[in-house]
Design a binder for this molecule. Structure first.
Ligand SMILES: Cc1cc2nc3c(=O)[nH]c(=O)nc-3n(C[C@H](O)[C@H](O)[C@H](O)COP(=O)(O)O)c2cc1C
Length: 312
């Protein structure tokens, strides 16, 4: 498979579940990525982690994102049977969360490029020809080592990189700074640019600067149709139908209690910015079961039928 992913759904823990990925697929996303999954938990047989690997067959191509810092564990995790359906694997080397960094995972690897290189090489070998990407941030508090880190990824076997153009120190605040993008682009390894992408214009600007593709995170939450917008394609998005479908898909794998919990944040995203939507979100957040989440959404769109469909 060649590396031609113009639009990518960025991995988001707690959000890019298999149902949301399938819905983004309806709107033309080129590649989806799972939530980050612990390589150690996978190898130790955690049922919860293995369930995170469930995917809809329409959601293709898709990568599984793993985190960890032990080359042999990372390599073993990509060889478990549930991983076989994924077209590739992404290694998380950007997560800034304290618990992850404290264990030596995520962005801790930015500080240890030698170990990061061993992780990449081990996973690439274990993948036996399937694609490997690495996702990382510009650096810890500045971007001085970013291009070297990217080069190391390429030399160690990554097929492409996804760069979140913020430092770890920035967490999710401030703007993504794309100054270095043209330098990354000169390395010869495809680069997926990530950070604040929310419009076709911005997407085209990043392509002009040398990006092979863009990865969208928060901009796609509640707005999976953004991927059609990025490609300037026509679409119809039925908000209520999407909420119902999202819940129904999750119910095929998870018990109702889990689905209700998951759906609360998704409904908040789907209704974000809608007229009088906040009151519904408050009601949904206090729900005790799925029915108490779906019913207020149905009632809302009965009151505001014109808000239900977004057409372009
Ligand atoms: C709620 C949330 C969860 C995230 N989880 C992950 C994750 O599991 N793995 C990862 O590499 N990045 C994760 N990220 C970072 C995103 O993939 C992305 O790099 C970041 O949000 C910047 O892109 P954006 O400005 O388009 O949101 C997460 C971000 C958010 C907001």
């Amino acid at each position: 498979m060649s590396v031609e992913f113009k639009t990518v759904l960025a991995p988001m823990a707690g959000y890019t579940d298999f149902a949301f990925r399938a819905i983004c697929r309806d709107y033309g996303v080129d590649l989806t990525v799972t939530e980050m999954v612990s390589s150690k938990a996978l190898v130790m047989g955690s049922e919860l982690s293995r369930r995170m690997l469930y995917r809809e067959c329409v959601d293709k191509p898709s990568f599984c994102q793993i985190f960890g810092h032990e080359p042999d564990v990372l390599a073993a995790s990509v060889q478990i049977p549930e991983m076989a359906g994924y077209e590739g694997v992404d290694i998380n080397m950007g997560c800034p969360v304290r618990k992850i960094v404290g264990s030596g995972d995520g962005s801790a690897l930015l500080e240890n490029p030698r170990l990061a290189a061993r992780c990449i090489t081990a996973v690439k070998l274990a993948l036996k020809g399937r694609l490997l990407s690495v996702k990382f941030r510009l650096g810890i508090s500045d971007s001085s080592g970013a291009v070297d880190f990217a080069k190391m990824c390429a030399d160690s076997g990554a097929d492409f990189i996804t760069v979140h153009f913020r430092t770890r120190k920035q967490m999710y605040s401030g703007n993504a700074d794309y100054t270095l993008l043209p330098q990354f682009a000169k390395l010869g390894i495809p680069i997926i640019a990530n950070g604040d992408v929310a419009s076709r214009e911005q997407c085209l600007r990043l392509f002009d600067m040398g990006a092979s593709g863009v990865a969208v995170g928060r901009g796609a939450l509640g707005r999976p149709y953004l991927f059609a917008e990025l490609k300037d394609e026509h679409f119809t998005f039925d908000v209520l139908r999407s909420i119902e479908r999202h819940a129904a898909l999750l119910l095929t794998v998870f018990e109702e209690r889990v689905v209700a919990n998951e759906m609360k944040k998704h409904v908040a995203a789907y209704l974000k910015g809608m007229r009088n939507g906040k009151a519904v979100v408050v009601e949904v957040m206090n729900a005790h079961n799925l029915q108490q989440i779906i019913d207020p959404c149905r009632a809302y769109f009965e009151t505001y039928p014109s808000l239900r469909s977004i057409v372009k």
